[in-house]
Write a protein that binds this ligand. Structure first.
Ligand SMILES: Cc1ncc(COP(=O)(O)O)c(C=O)c1O
Length: 455
């Protein structure tokens, strides 16, 4: 696809193409050096060493080519090293690298803020605050919510992942290991059940899973723990990401919005993983027509450069000078990459995510029909997961099979990541083609067949 300014989807070599047993000698050496010097807290599932990449094709130092279904944890929205993004970065590096938007002004940051303020799901006038990462953006939203409302308490969801800094970690309700030996967490945070259509909780006859969650907030939290006029915000992922790519029922976010409105509580939507076109719309909340008060973005926003942002209604982002800032947030090189990424997203990549995402789900459904080990295929656009179960009726998690499938995919040259207790996620670059998806799903299918046969 051509455009006067850019080629939307760059040419990529075929993949996978493995030239030696992986990891090869060069990759093995680098992994050994890494193990000696890097913090052991990282969670590498398999020894993929990247040497260079384009689009969805990653080449390791031994010359093996992998097909990437991870996009560096849902980050490289425009694909690895999209030439148009690289050119924007190069142009900016030749101008200047840094000046700090905290104290000075520059066009790239202003232009990006203008663009994001218009692209948000919120009508009316919006303002933008830039950070370097998702966690930092969550911290900014947390501080803004308290500052704006003068209230302290915050509600978030079990299964949510918002990042690793103290505020973000405290809002997360994902894994106990994230908190182990880091306690105490930030006080005044309550977690409630995220409505997961695949694993409904025991309900009263009249309940839906959305009723259950809203009742939990209104009947339990507001009655037994904190009155609603002391709650600053509810932090919610439009689609729960690290929690397992859980797509809530369509009425969940509109009804949560309504609950927030009734009590003057801010709705903070964490779109760090689900935003920037990944689901076939710029923001996942736009699928249900909800307007949050604060949107949190990062990951895909600059297609691989470190950048995060919160976008809020003008009347909400009205804190005075000095109340919040960041030396590097909104770095000009990252902003240039983001502006180029937005050109590409609006120039056709969001549409590609929608079309190719639907194709991916269809192909995965066919694999699910074949193997009872896959209990669920879910997702929107290119935010898709296949969930492994010990048996389809009980829907019990089967993390072991999931983990083995991820390993088996790697051995065959396809890069995958897990999410939730037992799901495998497909979050490729938004430049991915149907042909690449067919190759990846074919290999995934063979990996499942091998694992299931062995067990
Ligand atoms: C929904 C969500 N919020 C926040 C974060 C934290 O982002 P970062 O790792 O850039 O701090 C993540 C990271 O996975 C995420 O998925």
């Amino acid at each position: 696809m051509a455009n006067s300014k850019f080629v939307l989807i760059p040419k990529q070599p075929s993949a996978p193409e493995l030239v030696c047993k992986i990891p090869g000698p060069k990759a093995r050496k680098l992994v050994a050096r890494d193990k000696k010097v890097m913090s052991p807290s990282y969670t590498r599932d398999y020894p993929l060493v990247i040497d260079n990449a384009i689009g969805s094709v990653v080449t390791d130092p031994d010359g093996n080519r992998f097909l990437d279904m991870t996009a560096g944890i849902a980050v490289t929205a425009a694909g690895h090293s999209h030439p148009y993004v690289v050119r924007a970065i190069r142009d900016q590096t030749a101008r200047f690298l840094h000046m700090s938007g905290t104290d000075f002004y520059y066009d790239q940051e202003i232009m990006l803020a203008e663009r994001l303020a218009k692209l948000t799901p919120m009508s009316g006038r919006n303002r933008v605050f830039f950070t370097n990462s998702g966690a930092e953006a969550i911290e900014a939203a947390f501080k803004l919510a308290r500052h704006q409302t003068g209230r302290q308490h915050v509600i978030s969801f079990w299964g949510a992942f918002h990042g690793r800094t103290f505020g973000a970690m405290s809002l997360s309700g994902s894994k106990a290991i994230h908190r182990k030996r880091f306690l105490p967490v930030v006080p005044q945070i309550t977690h409630v059940t995220y409505p997961d259509p695949f694993r409904p909780i025991d309900l009263r006859e009249s309940d839906s899973i959305v009723d259950f969650t809203l009742d939990e907030i209104e009947q339990t939290v507001f009655r037994r723990e904190v009155e609603p006029d002391e709650v600053a915000a509810i932090f919610v992922e439009a689609i729960q990401g690290e929690g397992g790519y859980i797509v809530p029922p369509l009425d969940f976010l509109p009804r949560l919005r309504d609950l927030c409105d009734r009590h003057g509580i801010l709705m903070v939507c964490d779109e760090v993983q689900s935003g920037m076109g990944r689901t076939g719309k710029m923001w996942a909340v736009q699928h249900v027509g909800v307007q949050p008060d604060i949107v949190v973005s990062a990951k895909g926003i600059a297609s691989g450069m470190p950048l995060g942002a919160i976008i809020a209604r003008e009347e909400i982002m009205n804190w005075p000078p000095g109340s919040h800032a960041s030396t590097y947030g909104g770095n000009p090189v990252a902003c240039a990459a983001s502006l180029a990424t937005l050109d590409l997203l609006e120039g056709g990549l969001i549409d590609n995510a929608k079309v190719v995402g639907a194709h991916l789900i269809e192909r995965l459904q066919a694999v699910k029909e074949e193997f009872s080990a896959i209990g669920d295929v879910r997702g929107v656009g290119l935010m898709v997961a296949a969930d492994f179960v010990t048996d389809p009726k009980s829907r019990c998690h089967d993390p072991e099979t999931r983990n083995r499938v991820v390993q088996e995919c790697f051995r065959r040259g396809v890069l995958m990541l897990g999410c939730g207790e037992s799901a495998v996620r497909f979050c490729p670059a938004l430049t991915i083609s149907k042909k690449q998806i067919d190759v990846a799903v074919g290999i995934f299918r063979d990996a499942v067949a091998t694992v299931v046969k062995k067990s």
